[in-house]
Write a protein that binds this ligand. Structure first.
Ligand code: SF4
Length: 90
């Protein structure tokens, strides 16, 4: 039995059926995620994704793309920039 996948779920632990419940210090506690991801629409993630889609379709000139998104993608190793041309890594 995989307790982490079937019983001790972070948002809704099933302590009532858990074999560890008698000695568990976290019994009947719920832990909400500490951070919620912001909306994708209008986010920088959306700009990065749109830029990466364009580059994946074909190499593009840096000047024709969102320069901040290109810089972030390059930092993460998802694109390469050579002679003003952005492409996927070889
Ligand atoms: S008793 Fe403890 S280990 Fe079992 S489901 Fe609840 S929190 Fe998880």
């Amino acid at each position: 039995m995989d307790l982490g996948a079937t019983v001790c779920l972070a948002r809704v632990p099933r302590c009532g059926v858990c074999p560890l419940a008698a000695d568990c210090p976290s019994r009947d506690r719920r832990y909400e995620p500490l951070r919620k991801q912001s909306r994708f629409e209008g986010s920088f993630r959306q700009r990065r994704a749109a830029t990466l889609r364009l580059v994946a379709a074909s190499a593009r000139r840096v000047a024709d793309l969102d320069s901040d998104a290109v810089a972030a993608l390059e930092r993460d190793g998802l694109v390469t920039v050579e002679a003003g041309l952005v492409s996927l890594p070889a």
